[in-house]
Design a protein around this ligand. Structure first.
Ligand code: F0G
Length: 459
């Protein structure tokens, strides 16, 4: 019996297709919009394929004790909510998901919040949230008999794709913007054996080139226009609800780049509500970097109904995207949940990242936009002290060690950028000291650090 219960529906015109009928660019032939995966059997209460909420909660918890590879995956543990394969046995997994939900007591105290958590998707096998979507979409590629997979990437998608392709015995092609991705990510694509091409363009230019390639060659596109990516990427929503005993937080804050992640989380919460697993939606708020904020402009200008691409700039290279593919889906997630969309400055991102670091929670800069954005929501009362908040941290701190080192050396930001937050930066900076190799010299260094901390605290 096939496990496969899905169809594809065009997000724009509603056209319905079988899964294998979508074109190689995953755009609707009638209107050009993206597809989303739907499960028609869930439609009616009592519909034959509609999962039972209570039974599912019990089953998913039981699977946490299992040694079976699918049960050990934090994506496929929830497989009843992503029946996209003919056989779940063909899933390609690196035991992704099951990531921690960490309390952030220091940030909570300084913002005056009762309950603040970080869902750390950087704790996935290749160090980013992309693994949850790669296990689902690459499994579909393998089941459909593709030998080659490809993506354009700011780095994390390529790292994830290369790893999962290697596990599945498939070949992978990566297109990345020359000089604009973090070294940790580039090294991963090489390590996992991808054919990696650095193009003299930005992420959006890489997407354009790849769209032509997949139209001509039998290569399966694994960018997030591929709707199967979002099926895996919705599972952190399930994990969050499960970890909070099937209540939902008041707010979820997500970094926005190509805008698939916010779309996927919106879909996850929406489906859980439709199936009776939860009773309300959290407000989903998307945070972008100031220089790469086309969705923020769109909300300001026309409430998210039209989007003008921008030329993107930010040191948070993961979200340096000016023409986000999934903006309509993300706008829907924001609208239906009552969330918002806002942007933060380069210096605010750097400070937020260092503050998370001080709590023992490393993340890459793109993840830290969430804490930076939360400060605005608290300051203007959109987040109340009694609200529960979850920040989605999307990437591991070791992805972009250069950024961290530059911040602590004081070479990351220009004086003009850092001026508005200079007072916050000073106590956070912790450059490595060059010290003579004697105990006396190390103790003297320690004393001088302690003295300067006392002086700072006095000021
Ligand atoms: N955070 C990190 C660490 C990312 O790598 C990305 C996207 C995002 C946030 C934004 O997520 O695009 O779904 O809105 N990285 C992509 C890549 C584009 O190629 O790795 P989004």
């Amino acid at each position: 019996m096939s496990d496969n219960l899905h169809q594809l529906r065009c997000f724009g015109c509603g056209q319905l297709l079988r899964g294998d009928q979508a074109g190689p660019d995953f755009r609707c032939a009638l209107c050009g919009d993206l597809f989303e995966v739907i499960y028609p059997g869930w439609k009616h209460t009592g519909g034959t394929d509609r999962p039972n909420a209570g039974a599912l909660k019990w089953l998913w918890r039981e699977r946490r004790l299992s040694h079976e590879k699918l049960d050990q995956s934090g994506v496929w543990r929830f497989r009843e909510l992503l029946p996209i394969l003919d056989s779940f046995g063909s899933a390609v997994t690196l035991r992704e998901g099951n990531t921690p939900l960490y309390p952030l007591p220091l940030a909570a105290r300084s913002l005056g919040l009762d309950a603040l958590f970080a869902k750390h998707q950087g704790m996935n096998p290749t160090g980013s949230f992309k693994d949850t979507g790669m296990t689902s979409a690459l499994s579909v590629a393998r089941e459909r008999g593709f030998q080659w997979v490809a993506c354009a990437s700011t780095g994390n998608t390529s790292a994830a794709m290369a790893a999962y392709a290697a596990r599945a015995g498939l070949r992978s092609l990566v297109l990345i913007p020359q000089g604009k991705i973090a070294w940790g990510k580039l090294s991963q694509a090489m390590d996992y054996g991808a054919v990696t091409c650095q193009l003299d363009t930005d992420f959006d230019g890489c997407v354009r080139v790849l769209t032509h390639i997949v139209a001509e060659a039998p290569i399966y596109l694994l960018n997030s226009v591929n709707p199967y990516r979002l099926e895996g990427q919705k599972t952190p929503a399930l994990e969050i609800a499960e970890a909070l005993d099937w209540s939902v937080p008041d707010h979820i804050l997500v970094p926005g780049g190509n805008l698939a992640n916010s779309s996927a989380l919106g879909k996850g919460f929406r489906e859980m509500k439709e199936l009776g697993l939860i009773h309300r939606l959290p407000r989903i708020t998307v945070i972008q970097a100031e220089g790469s904020a086309p969705l923020v402009h769109s909300f300001a200008e026309n409430d998210g109904t039209a989007l003008t691409p921008v030329e993107a700039h930010t040191r948070a290279t993961a979200i340096r995207i000016g023409n986000p593919a999934s903006w309509r889906k993300a706008a829907q997630a924001i609208h239906e949940s009552g969330g918002w969309c806002l942007s933060v400055s380069e210096a605010e991102i750097a400070v937020a990242k260092a503050e998370l670091g001080r709590e023992g929670i490393g993340s890459e800069p793109a993840s830290a936009v969430t804490l930076a954005g939360l400060k605005y929501l608290v300051a203007d009362g959109r987040v109340a002290p009694s609200d529960s908040v979850v920040l989605l941290l999307t990437g591991h701190t070791l992805k972009d060690a250069d950024y961290t080192i530059d911040f602590h050396r004081g070479t990351l930001l220009t004086d003009a950028e850092s001026a508005p937050v200079a007072a916050s930066i000073q106590p956070l900076r912790r450059n490595a000291l060059s010290v003579e190799a004697t105990p006396q010299a190390v103790l003297a260094a320690l004393r001088s650090v302690a003295d300067s901390e006392i002086a700072l605290a006095r000021n």
